[in-house]
Design a protein around this ligand. Structure first.
Ligand code: THU
Length: 165
């Protein structure tokens, strides 16, 4: 279990990434759940791509924030260079009780991040942040999705991604 840290203990790049995730959550379209999520990822080149959740009246069509960030990176040709992704979320209703619990990616998003890690040959770091970034837990995707189904399961073998710092 990753230790809970404060934003101040992150390095400047990771701090900026968490703040970019929070800024992205401002763009969330979440009229159904009332829960706004933001994600920001950084590539090997240091470029940051962001996403927010986008809900739909057909609930199952909802796009998670991580999906948006990964799609943005893919669209820019950087889908194979993802190194770290930060995620945060909060309840939108005024007066809604916020907890300092960190937001961890849903199962589908973990699977997508795992595949990005295979492409980047990296065990992508996942910075899970509370609604106000006061609490951050740093995991790797292998920690969040151990024994995951991946390219190797289909015989598209590459060696497992190396561990992140
Ligand atoms: N959500 C995300 O954007 N990312 C996750 O990893 C978990 C869930 C969104 C989907 C939905 O719009 C809202 O949070 C509540 O589930």
């Amino acid at each position: 279990m990753a230790a809970t840290r404060t934003l101040a203990t992150l390095d400047a790049d990771d701090r900026a990434l968490a703040q970019a995730a929070l800024a992205a959550s401002e763009h969330a379209y979440a009229p159904y759940s009332g829960y706004a999520v933001g994600a920001a990822l950084r590539t090997r080149a240091g470029t940051v791509y962001t996403g927010c959740n986008v809900e739909n009246a057909a609930y199952g069509m909802t796009l998670c924030a991580e999906v948006g960030a990964l799609a943005a990176a893919n669209g820019a040709g950087a889908g194979d260079a993802v190194q770290v992704i930060a995620v945060t979320g909060r309840r939108l209703a005024s007066g809604a009780v916020q907890t300092t619990a960190v937001v961890t990616p849903c199962g589908r998003c973990r699977q997508l991040i795992l595949e990005a890690g295979h492409r980047a040959r990296r065990d992508i770091r996942v910075l899970c942040c509370s609604h106000d970034l006061s609490h951050v837990q740093a995991f790797t995707i292998a920690q969040l999705l151990p024994h995951g189904f991946g390219p190797a399961s289909l015989g598209k073998g590459r060696s497992p991604p190396r561990r992140s710092r």
